[in-house]
Design a protein around this ligand. Structure first.
Ligand code: DQA
Length: 146
C-alpha cells in the first residue's frame, strides 16, 4: 500500500520558479497533501526529488517491487531522456507521468514525451491537482483490488 512520488529537475524550485506557469505552491506542500491523501486510504507516500538523470534512474531501479505505484514528474527529462524511458520499461512497478502545466499548450518541444508510452498513464495540466489525481488513480485502484 505504498506509493512513491518522484520529481525531476527544478521541481525543488516550485513556489519560486515561473510562478505564472507553475503556481505559488512548493514541493513541500505537494508532499504534505499527498502524504495526507495516502493516509486517508490507509496507504503511505514516500518522496524523492533529484536534478540528476542518473539518480532518478537509480531511484526507479530501487523502487521496483517496493511500491504499488510511482507518480513521476520527470520535468524537462520528459522530453529528452531515453535512459528514464528504458528504466520505466525495465521495472514492473507502474508509473504515472505527471505534469503541473498543460505541456500540450506550450512550446512544441514539450509536446513529446519520451516516457509516456512506457507509463501506465499520464496526467497533465491540472496544476498541483495533477499529483492528487495521479495519487487517486492508484489509491482507488488499490482499494478495489485488496
Ligand atoms: C513540467 C513540464 C516540463 O516541460 C518542464 O520542463 C518542467 C515541469 C510540468 O510539471 O509542467 O520542468 O514537467
Amino acid at each position: 500500500n505504498r506509493l512513491l512520488l518522484m520529481n525531476g529537475p527544478n521541481i525543488n524550485l516550485l513556489g519560486k520558479r515561473e510562478k505564472d506557469v507553475y503556481g505559488e505552491f512548493t514541493l513541500q506542500t505537494i508532499e504534505k497533501e499527498l502524504i495526507d491523501l495516502a493516509h486517508q486510504y490507509g496507504g503511505e507516500m514516500d518522496s524523492f526529488q533529484s536534478n540528476h538523470e542518473g539518480d532518478l534512474t537509480d531511484c526507479l531501479h530501487e523502487a521496483n517491487g517496493q511500491y504499488y505505484g510511482i507518480l513521476f514528474n520527470p520535468a524537462a527529462y520528459t522530453h529528452t531522456s531515453i535512459a528514464l524511458r528504458d528504466a520505466i520499461a525495465a521495472i514492473d512497478t507502474p508509473v504515472i507521468e505527471v505534469h503541473i502545466s498543460n505541456v500540450h499548450g506550450r512550446e512544441a518541444f514539450r509536446h513529446q514525451s519520451m516516457l509516456a508510452a512506457e507509463c501506465y498513464g499520464q496526467i497533465v495540466g491540472f496544476g498541483k491537482d495533477s499529483y492528487r489525481l495521479a495519487a487517486l488513480a492508484f489509491l482507488e485502484k488499490m482499494e478495489r483490488t485488496d
